[in-house]
Design a protein around this ligand. Structure first.
Ligand SMILES: *Cc1c(COP(=O)(O)O)cnc(C)c1O
Length: 429
């Protein structure tokens, strides 16, 4: 697999190099030079999930990793399924929350951790990442206990749910967490600044593990195939897929799946009030506003860092921009959608509810539609209980951490303070 930096075409990388570097020069994103396409899609869809995922990832990555190594990585990473739950006649939810941290980011996080521990055998690496909620937990669990890899996770203090925080700040060992006194965009900016600082990048062998790492995106391609594979054959031709979006990694993976031959009729890019992309798709103008806090806090992102990859696929002529419709669902309609789903017998949380609402607004009665269920409702228990007025029980994973103490450090949104903290924590380790 050959990847090219979208900001500097002279900066190319193999899959292994791109996984290790995370970002390229000038904070450019790596993107595959070419994308393969399956000829016999029905045969691919007929395969079981893990076997099909080995084929998809092997086809994308090529022979850079020996087949037996990649197969092992896929088996260890995809140790749980992605069932398609039927909500009404023509509406389905792809449940991506059956992994250890109950969110879709487990797929990308675990695949990346397994790839990196194979690729970097023996080298010391520091994973530095910012999270608006779920990436942190997924990354922390995926890397916890892996030799030679230290993980540092920045998150906005007080802006993620208490339970969500407990999922990744209580692990200890090689997992270090820092609460920053500002919002997610400020955390993301501090991560970017660290990557731009050669002292830190080289001194600590930095690697990013958020949705900009190419391995995470490739892993996510697999569950789009799994979604369509579970639809009845007569509904597969032009299904609409609605993706609750923040940094737009998830949607990027869906578009890659489509380019590889997966039948998808249309994508809906569903956002909360942080609607930079829906406005851009309507007006052609990229005009991010200040980030606002919403019920769907994992999507509180006004400068989505994966969008250039979607733009690149449009520019290369691989898709037409009209394949994607943007829709912004406000706070009131997020709650309306949660109630509507509950009335249909399906308890959901704010992120998936936004995707459901945007799907319902877009598609016709006859068209099959899938919205992505990106987190387990119990992860947003307070909100769900407040909106629906009914209690939700905690799954084991959450119940186990609820009583533990957070091990996080706290810092202001100041780059020098972060730099000093990183060196104190990690130098010589
Ligand atoms: C991260 C996240 C999203 C947004 O996904 P992106 O790939 O950043 O667009 C949506 N829902 C939940 C629950 C998330 O954790």
């Amino acid at each position: 697999m050959e990847l090219v930096n979208l900001k500097d075409a002279s900066d190319t990388a193999s899959f292994s190099e791109a996984v290790k570097r995370g970002l390229g020069k000038n904070q450019g994103l790596y993107f595959p030079e070419t994308l393969p396409k399956f000829d016999d899609i029905d045969a691919v869809l007929a395969m079981p999930f893990v076997e099909r995922s080995k084929l998809i990832l092997g086809t994308l990555i090529g022979d850079e990793l020996p087949k037996a190594v990649l197969d092992g990585v896929v088996e260890r990473a995809f140790a749980f399924g992605a069932p398609l739950a039927q909500v009404t006649d023509n509406v389905y939810c792809l449940e991506l929350f059956h992994g250890p941290t109950l969110a879709f980011k487990d797929f990308g996080g675990r695949f990346m951790a397994q790839c990196l521990s194979e690729i970097a055998k023996g080298e010391k690496i520091t994973i530095l990442t910012a999270t608006s909620g779920d990436t942190g937990a997924a990354v922390a669990h995926a890397f916890h206990g892996i030799d030679n890899i230290n993980v540092v996770i920045l998150y906005p203090k007080g802006k993620i749910s208490a339970l969500q925080e407990k999922l990744f700040t209580t692990l200890g060992g090689n997992i270090h967490t820092v609460a920053i006194e500002d919002d997610f965009d400020a955390c993301q900016a501090m991560v970017k600044q660290s990557f731009d600082d050669p002292d830190v990048r080289e001194g600590l062998h930095l690697n990013s593990a958020n949705s900009i790492n190419i391995s995470r995106l490739l892993a996510q391609v697999c569950y789009y195939f799994e979604a369509v594979a579970q639809l009845p054959a007569e509904k597969r031709a032009d299904a609409v897929i609605s993706v609750p979006s923040g940094n737009f990694g998830n949607l990027t993976a869906g578009v890659i799946a489509k380019i590889m031959g997966l039948p998808v009729g249309h994508f809906v890019a569903a956002t909360n009030l942080n609607d930079t992309v829906p406005r851009y798709l309507k007006t052609g103008e990229w005009a991010p506003n200040a980030t606002v806090a919403t019920l769907s806090n994992a999507m509180d992102v006004s400068q989505p860092n994966n969008w250039p990859r979607i733009e690149a696929m449009v520019e290369k002529g691989l898709i037409d921009k009209s394949l994607i419709t943007g829709d912004c669902v406000d706070e009131e309609y997020t709650q309306v959608a949660m109630k509507q789903l509950a009335q249909l017998g399906y308890v959901s949380e704010p992120h998936a509810a936004i995707a459901y609402k945007a799907l319902a607004r877009y598609k016709s009665e006859e068209q099959a539609g899938i919205f992505l269920g990106t987190a387990h409702p119990a992860k947003f228990r307070e909100t769900v209980e407040n909106v629906l007025g009914q209690p939700i029980s905690l799954p084991e994973e959450l119940a186990a951490v609820a009583g533990k103490e957070s091990l996080s450090a706290e810092l202001p949104a100041d780059y020098q303070a972060l730099k000093a903290h990183l060196f104190a924590l990690l130098q010589g380790k």
